[in-house]
Design a protein around this ligand. Structure first.
Ligand code: ADP
Ligand code: MG
Length: 703
């Protein structure tokens, strides 16, 4: 998987395809794939089967060595696959699709076989799809090297799927939905080639207008994100990632860990990579169809033109709810044109209601007026079946107008068979059709979202000046902890990374506590320091505003509490800490959680002791560039508090942004940091201060 610079085009444009395991046995994979290949492929199909003279009328050869092929499709029993790969490699063929199942998905024996496959692929430098793949298809080549459905209808969508059954279903459905495919791959077990490889391949392929993926996992998260960042500058990528809900497997050793699950990591990573994430299969293909039309919104204004009042209102509501769209307000010329074209009872304002008795001419005139308006970036055309309208004709003029003005059109055909003509006309022209107005609007919103991302400058993280060595030394205290946890005793890590902290010290007896408090010279905060107490205030382990004179008593009191609540807890001492004016500011949280696929995720949110309950947070991958950190501060529900709600002074946002950036650098610098919570990072008008710290550190990774 390391070598990402492969040329995979050979998989989709072979001249001679060998099918190893070709047979005539009814219901077998070997027969189905041979028959599919023979159906349309313009090149040669060479069945490989030492036991037969011919398969489906085509002469056989005995082994890959005799086939002179440039693509090998493997459909032999699992135990025979390795030998076929060896033959393939020796024959100098690089492109292989393994349909055979019974590998990684089939217990430890299968997993061992899959390892062998991987080793052979590395040895012979094979571009190997599968195993356990349904196969690959290419419309331009007329290639259907699958044992699944009929060939896909041709178009600009390239589609990868981790589920073979899903390929079958989608290709079948696409033939009547107006979606056409360029290349299709069923990824199977991804022993060698994975989603990142095909993403890269299709990003560089001029025939691919949209990349669509159905994924259950992403193998190499960072490589995927980096590749997708590049690809999505030119080519829209839409992915549905299944397996969204997961049992809360995270032991709540930190606030961030409790909030950040792996689904969150996927969501964050896909968003940062510019990938449009669909939640449902429906959304996946709605988005794909919107992109396949290949048009952008010149402006965010949407015109709704309808012959049915209710659905028009629904579309209008959906535009209102959409993040990036607004209802266009028409220019005077447009209103005049609409006035002239429509009867008195029609509504000329957006949404334009041409009224139920509209014929094609009236509808077309309204559509033309709306689509020509400079404030209109997209049109939602809604028709319900009426007796007065020839829907096929309307579709034709709508298609023509859309093309002439280069404005995206989403057609809501709110009916069944009576609108079949129109559906066909739109489908052929690549105009997406929907039943539900909300879906039509969502499709346009997706286009707008993609445009916005694509137009954005690339954000690079600018590293801060930090004392990495000092941080490393502080973190190495974890080697003495059996549970890998560090708390406020490690606050120096923050200092080393330039994150402001209040003055403070961890002490081990009441007299020293009092001495520190007197040095600070005003009321202080006292906190129990114990690796066994995750949330100190839960057991009354935090005292705020203690007078220096009372510090020694408060110290004893805290220790007694610990002994009462958790007799076995280890006690490292008590932290005496300068008070921070929490009332003048906002308690925020900055945290991090290391995802196995995507690396450290950074969280920013409303902090304090109720973090999980409020769950008001936003995420990025580390390190977080300044522009992203600033965006994060605006994304949480509590953002108005930071900006100074109800006459309060705004907090030091620059300070918050910098702290997020510095902490993101810390977790990016130290893969050993599994989890980190700075909660709260108190943000006041005068600056920010980290008053609490929680870290989980893997000592084995600490170099
Ligand atoms: P824990 O999260 O383990 O309960 P914290 O150190 O975060 O412990 O303290 C809990 C709460 O006490 C904070 O959210 C904050 O409201 C308050 N607090 C803690 N330290 C200070 C301080 N130095 N100055 C002012 N308030 C503090
Ligand atoms: Mg805390």
């Amino acid at each position: 998987m390391a070598d990402r610079d492969r040329d995979l085009s050979g998989l989709f444009s072979p001249d001679r395809v060998a099918v190893v395991g070709a047979t005539e046995r009814e219901g077998s994979v070997g027969r189905a794939v041979t028959a599919n290949l023979l159906a349309e492929f313009a090149g040669e199909v060479i069945p490989v089967n030492p036991g037969r003279e011919s398969v489906l009328g085509v002469p056989c050869v005995a082994s890959v060595a005799d086939a002179d092929a440039d693509l090998v499709v493997v459909a032999v029993p699992p135990s025979a696959v390795a030998d076929v790969l060896r033959d393939t490699g020796e024959a100098g063929v690089r492109d292989v699709v393994v349909l055979t199942a019974g590998f990684g998905e089939a217990g430890s024996e299968g997993a061992a076989r899959e390892r062998e496959l991987r080793e052979l692929a590395a040895e012979y430098d094979l571009n190997l799809v599968g195993p356990n793949s349904l196969g690959v298809m290419s419309s331009p080549a007329g290639l259907n090297a699958t044992f699944g459905p009929d060939a896909s209808p041709a178009g600009g969508v390239s589609f990868m799927s981790q589920s073979g059954a899903f390929v079958t279903a989608v290709v079948d459905w696409a033939s009547e939905s107006g979606l056409g495919f360029n290349e299709v791959v069923s990824l199977g077990n991804k022993a060698v080639l994975d989603e990142t490889d095909f993403l890269r391949e299709w990003g560089a392929d001029p025939e691919t207008d949209v990349v669509v993926g159905y994924l259950e996992s992403i193998e190499d998260g960072r490589a995927f994100v980096e590749t997708a960042r590049e690809v999505t500058r030119e080519t829209p990528v839409v992915v549905v990632k299944s397996g969204r809900t997961e049992a809360g497997a995270q032991a709540a050793s930190s606030h961030t860990g409790a909030i950040a699950g792996s689904d969150r990591a996927y969501g964050t990573a896909l968003a940062e990579a510019g990938v449009v994430r669909a939640d449902t299969v429906q959304e996946l293909f709605d988005a794909a169809r919107a992109f396949a039309a290949g048009r952008n919104l010149a402006t965010d204004g949407v015109a709704v033109v309808t012959n049915a009042g209710g659905p028009g209102v629904m579309a209008t509501d959906a535009v209102g709810d959409a993040d990036r769209l607004s209802l266009a307000s028409f220019a005077d010329d447009t209103l005049d044109a609409l006035d002239a074209a429509l009867p008195a009872e029609a509504n000329v304002y957006n949404p334009v209601d041409v009224v139920g008795d509209a014929d094609v001419d009236r509808f077309e005139a309204a559509l033309e007026a709306a689509i020509s308006d400079p404030n209109v970036g997209a049109v939602v055309l809604i028709t319900a079946p009426t007796a007065t309208l020839a829907f096929g004709d309307l579709a034709e003029s709508a298609v023509a107008l859309g093309e002439e003005h280069e404005v995206p059109v989403a057609a809501c055909l709110m009916g069944g068979p009576r609108l079949a003509d129109a559906r066909g006309t739109f489908g052929e022209a690549g105009v997406p059709t929907y039943f539900d107005p909300a879906r039509a609007v969502a499709g346009l919103d997706t286009l707008a979202e993609y445009d916005e991302r694509r137009g954005r400058e690339r954000r690079e993280f600018e590293p801060f000046d930090v004392d990495r060595e000092r941080a490393r030394e502080t973190l190495s205290a974890v080697t003495e902890r059996r549970d890998n946890q560090l708390g406020v005793e490690a606050m120096d890590v923050l200092d080393a990374y330039g994150i402001p902290t209040p003055e403070g010290e961890v002490v081990e007896d009441p007299a020293k506590a009092r001495a520190v408090a007197e040095r600070i010279g005003e009321p202080v905060a006292l906190k129990l320091v114990s690796p066994d107490v995750v949330h100190k205030s839960d057991i009354g382990g935090v005292r705020v505003g203690v007078d220096p004179a009372d510090v020694a008593d408060a110290y004893e009191d805290l220790v007694t509490r610990l002994r009462n609540y958790q007799p076995d807890a280890r006690l490292l001492g008590v932290q005496v800490q300068e008070l921070v004016d929490v009332d003048a500011g906002v308690e925020t949280i900055v945290g991090s959680h290391r995802d196995p696929q995507f690396g450290p995720l950074v969280l920013f949110g409303l902090g304090g002791i109720f973090v999980e309950v409020l769950s008001d947070a936003t995420f990025r991958l580390a390190p977080v560039a300044e522009a992203d950190a600033r965006e994060m501060t605006g994304e949480i529900d509590a953002a108005p508090l930071l900006r100074g709600a109800r006459g309060r002074e705004p907090v030091d946002l620059d300070g918050v942004v910098e702290a997020v950036g510095r902490l993101s650098q810390l977790v990016a610098d130290f893969p050993a940091i599994v989890e980190l919570d700075v909660n709260p990072l108190v943000a006041t008008p005068d600056g920010v201060r980290a008053v609490d710290l929680r870290l989980t550190v893997n000592p084995e990774e600490l170099q």
